[in-house]
Structures are given as structure tokens and as C-alpha cells.
Ligand binder design. Sequence first.
Ligand code: 3HC
Ligand code: NAI
Length: 691
Amino acid sequence: MKVNDVVTYAVEGSIAVITVNSPPVNALSNAVRQGVASAVETAIGDPAVGAMVLICEGRTFFAGADITEFGKPPVEPTLRNLQLVVENATKPVIAAIHGTALGGGLELALVAHYRIAVPSAKCGLPEVNLGLLPGAGGTQRLPRIVGVAKALDLMTAGSPVSAKAAKEMGLIDELAAEGQLRADAIALAQRVLDEDRPLLKVRDRTEKLDAARGKPEIFDDFRKANARKFRGFNAPEAIIRCVEATLDLPFDEGMTFERQLFNELQADSQSAAQRHVFFSERQAAKVDSLPADIPILPIAKVGVIGAGTMGGGIAMNFANAGIPVTLVETNEDALFRGLRIIRGNYETTARKGKMKPEDVDTRMGLLTGSIAMEDLADCDLIIEAVFEQIDVKREVFAKLDRIAKPGAILATNTSYLDIDDIAAATSRPDSVVGLHFFSPANVMKLLEVVRTKDTKPEIIATAMKLAKTIGKIGVLVGNGYGFVGNRILAARNGQADQLILEGATPWAVDKVLYDFGFAMGHFQMRDLVGLDVGWNPKTTSSANVREILNEMGRHGQKTKGGFYDYDENRKQTPSPVAMQVIEDFAAKQGIVRRDVSDAEIQDRILFAMVNEGARILDEGIASRASDVDIVWITGYGWPKYRGGPMFWADLQGLPTVLDRLKALEAAHGAAFAPSPLIERLVAQGKGFKDA
Ligand code: 3HC
Ligand code: NAI
């Protein structure tokens, strides 16, 4: 029987089966909640029914509240009211879980009287990733079922656990056979009936809470241990407070407290920012201009040219995904060094327990080293990661053109060079694309996919799909200096360099950015990357502070000195030597140093970045403001809870941004001349989100 468009009701023997089918992820939308509530009430009133099974079709059990309904007026039954219907049902409800039971979905399962899951299922409360806490009783019920310590871990990490782990911690009662969830859930329901098992309610359980009573240090220790990870985020602390409340308050009062904190988080800009990030990541994967039926090219074998910092990490991505890679270097020494570093990386990962020791050899077995580019003839995709010099790259591509099989994708990892120029060295520029990985390439999530004027649509589609296969977030960008990420970085560089000459110290600049929420300051990052990256000792001319530091042998962390000094443990201290260089250089330029306030540092750096982002958008180098946000969040450590530079600008209000830019232009010059896009949007009363 159809209950509504998304819920059906069937009775098998004495078991009612309530089936939900609301693609793509069975989010708990208005229709889903209404249908389930109505079906449960039908089952309660049906004398033929003794127990019921709540199950979903499609790829997953409920993936949570419907995030698209946030901020809209609530429609009955709310999730909490639906939970009351289930929890207070006079007949047992069995939640049957496959796919991912997440957020409100798991919270709904937690008011069922029994839970069964297939081994491949996962359970989690990922609300923290959206700047929220589990707001449908998760913070009150989870500690009652798995204990305080595990509940804190699960809810603040937000990552799901396997069904097996969930069973071990008591979160689910039984494992079903894979592919037989429906039958096994019905059998469990029948057993519950036959054995006259009680209507178990998680809310009534206290034994796990009792174990934590009188140990307030659990919470303080947890706060301390995670201080770095939680820095700046509001949701983790709210979750901890809710879990503390499970020990101090009766269940219903705990629920009220949870609701209050949930509402505060939901109304806050952090959650809006993190929800923006969630949808923007998914949006980035979509390329509007490509037809839906575009063919995806098979990538069964990959070649990587250059086994340096980037090439090695790039090769690891494919080996991790089970795709064989041939790695080409100029000589045996460089090749062995590259392969040794890769093995070392894998061994470290295995030592940390993040990878099975036997997988080290499996993955290394997928890597073949070579010093002959001819060995790339059978590769479907070849990625070049050699020195950042146009003539070297053109030579590599000209040779590659003669070697690569027809139809192979030829990619470059260049940071700044013109990819049209590189492609022109081949007879097949439409097969050339940029795949711009970020360092360390086996870790960083971002992949800028750079389309040239000629890149074939199926290559773009394949590259975007490939990003997902290797666990990256692919963002399609245009071929312009520095693409999206590095071009905005250049704008930040420009201001940071100027600020330290005018009177700020590098550490003051860094502190402002760190306090804003960046993982590290600007100059700390430059020291880490290496001041000599892209610096040419042959043409150096003491033209700026960075060149002078390089000439002094101060290349950053690796030489124990750059803007900062470093000890053997890489602990940094502000460097008086670097400070002297800055002051001397400023004097030579005739700059009279002055006090520069933190507010000025923040304004100049952030507004310069936003303005550059707007220009990039206006030029079509990025196709959405949200893509710019994703680049800076996933590639450069922009704090997630601030949603990216364009989201942040919208939050300030574009009229305010325009006013600030005009004031900065008057005080500091043309770098701040507002992008025409900002002027247009303000005139139209719009924000970047509408661009
Ligand atoms: N609400 C609305 N839409 C959702 C959604 C949700 N909770 N979860 C996913 N979607 C949408 C996505 O936006 C995407 O839409 P699109 O196709 O139009 O881009 C589509 O479903 C498919 O999502 P994915 O591309 O992410 O599919 P995957 O198969 O890779 O992943 C998933 C599936 C693991 C379920 C993943 O989508 C996910 O993690 N979803 C979010 C889960 C979540 O955060 N739940 C908690 C919500 S908050 C809550 O429950 C509050 C409560 O405590 C009161
Ligand atoms: P690297 O200097 O560490 O490695 C380059 C490697 O290429 C060296 O091992 C060299 O021996 C090898 N090589 C040079 N010519 C070759 C040829 N003809 N055939 C085969 N191998 C050759 O450089 P890195 O840092 O890995 O950079 C590589 C590319 O990646 C550059 O274009 C760079 O701009 C880009 N990039 C670098 C990032 C970084 O943070 N280091 C980040 C993103 C991109």
C-alpha cells in the first residue's frame, strides 16, 4: 500500500514493513517524515500487526535531516515528533540499516527498539561537519548506548563507523547477511515478538552514564587533547556541553538543552558557512557545459614524468586507488630517490596504523620506475611534473607527443605556466589538460583541473571523474596565471610583502591570519614551502626581501632559517636577522616604517584576496564563486567555518566590501581598485552567491 509518494506499507505475516524510497539519499524531508509517521500509526492500529520494520530502498538508510529544508518554517511532524511516535509505539519497531545511517537518520534509528544492519553499512553523527550538533536526541542517546568517551569521539569527529564496530559498541543489536536485510529484519521482528522481548528505549538506559559519573576530567582531558583540532569551531564545544548534560540533567531536560544549543548553532554564520561548503563541494564536481551522456575515458594505466616532490605524491594517489603507474625520471639516481621516498611515506603510514603493513608492498608493486619515456606508450593518462620551466616542459611534451598512444590524456602539473603554450608543443593540443595537484600531493584534497582553449570535453569529464576516483575534490578552472588558487595567493603575497615593509612584522601578519582561523600564517607557510621555490640564483638581484633571504642561504624551514629561525625540532622563533633585512630593505626603498594595526593587516590581506577572486570570476577563470571558496578551503587552509573568501565577502555584504575597497584604493593604491564584477553586483543588489 502506498502511504504517500515516498513511503509504502506492507504486512507480511504479523510484521508490518515500512519502506522509504526518496532518492538520492532518503533525507528526512517533510514527505518522508509524514509518510513514516502515518505508516507507524497505521501499524499500531492494525490488529494483524505485532511488530514493524523500518527500512529504506536505494543506496542508503536515511542520510539525515534534509539540509535543504534548514531555515524554512518547520512542517509537522518535526523529526522530534516523529521520533516520539516511533519511540512510544506500543509495538516494537526494528530499524533495518544499509548504506549510511547518518545524523537524523541514525537518531531515528536510536528511537527504534532494535537495530539491525548489513555488514557494509555505516553509522555516524556527522552534524559537526555542518557546524551543528546532533539535534534529534543524538547527544543524549548516544552516550547512553555507547558511553560518554566514545560518544564524544564519534560526535566531534563526525566520521561514521562500520556496522561491525557499531555492533561491538552496542549501537546496533544484530548484523544481517549482506543483501538480505529485509528478510533478516523481518526475522528479527518475529523473534522479538515470539520471545516477547521488551520495548527497549535508549532514553531509559543509565548503566553507561553511571560509569562516567564523578569523572569530570573526562571532559577536560578531551577538550585539552583536541584543542588544536577544534580551534575556532563552535560545534565541538556545544557537543561536549550536551554530553556533560547527560550526567547532570534528566533525559527530557537534556533534550531541551540540546535543542537550545542546536538552535544557536543553526542560526550562527559558522553553520551557514559549513553547509555552504558541503553543497559547494558537490557543486564543484558538476560541469554545466558538459552533456550528461558525455563518454568517460577509461584510465587503466597512468604515467608520471618527474619523481620529485610532486611526481612522487601524484603517483601515490593512483597506486592507492589500485591503478598501475609508470614513473619516469632523467636518471637512475633521481628515480631511486623518488621511489625510496614513496616507500618511506607508505611505511610511515603503516607504522601509524593507518595502513596495513602488507599493503606497502602491494602499492609499491603498482609502481614501475623507468628512465625511458618510451615506456609510457601504453598509458591512458600521462602527468608531467618536471621543473617549472617552459622550455623544459615544451620539450617533454613534444617528445610525449611522439610516444603517447592516440587518445591518451596528456596532463601537466604546472603551477603558473601557460598550458596553451605547453599544448602547442604537441600535434594534439585538444588532448592536453592541466591537473594541478597541491603539496603534499598524496594528502591535499584539492585538484585544479585546468581546461585550455582546446581541451576536449570528454577529457574534462574524465579528469573530473578521476578526481573523485582518487579521493580528490576536483575544481574546473581556466588557463590563466596561477589559475584560481595561486593567483589569489599572489594577491595575498603582494599585501603581506608590502605590509612588512610599511611597518608590520611577519609574526604580526601571521598572528592575524592564524587568529582568523588559518592553519598557519602567511610567512610560516612560505618558510614551509621553501623561499627558493621558483627562485633562480642565476638571475637573482636583491630585488625584494625574499631574494635577499635566499641569497643569504635562508630558504625556510629546510635550512633552519627564513623569515623565522628553526631549531632541530622545527620549532620556530621570529628571526632578528630577517627583521633586519626587512628594515634595511624598507629604508633603501625610502619607506618610513609606521605602526600597522592588526585591523589594517586583516583588511588589506582579505579584501585583496576577495577582489582578486572577483576578477577571476569575472574573467571566467572560475565558473562559480563557490568554486573559488572550495579552492581556498581545500588547498590553502582557509577556515572552513568561514566558508571561503567569497562566502565571507557575501557575509560582510558586498556594499560594505565595495566601500572598504574604495577606501583601501585611496590609501594604498591600484591593487585595491574594485573589480567591475563587485560594482555590478552591488548595483544589482546581489552577492557573489548570485553571480
Ligand atoms: N539533505 C539533503 N540533501 C542531501 C543530504 C541531506 N542530508 N545528504 C546528501 N544530499 C544530497 C547531496 O547534496 C547530493 O545532491 P546532488 O546530487 O543534487 O548534488 C546528493 O544528495 C548525493 O549526495 P553525495 O553526492 O554526497 O552522494 P554520496 O553517495 O557520495 O554520499 C552521503 C552520500 C554519505 C549520504 C553524503 O551525501 C553525506 O554525507 N550527506 C550528509 C549527511 C549529513 O550530514 N547528515 C546530517 C544532516 S544534519 C541532521 O541530520 C540534523 C539532525 O541532527 C537534527
Ligand atoms: P622537483 O624539483 O621536486 O621535481 C622535479 C623532478 O622532475 C626532478 O626529480 C627532476 O629530476 C625531474 N625531471 C626534470 N626534467 C625531467 C625530464 N625531462 N624527464 C623526467 N624527469 C624530469 O619539483 P616539484 O616541486 O615536484 O615540481 C614539479 C612541478 O609541479 C612544477 O611544475 C611545479 O611548479 C609544480 N607544482 C609544485 C608544487 C610544490 O609545492 N612543489 C605544487 C604544485 C605544483
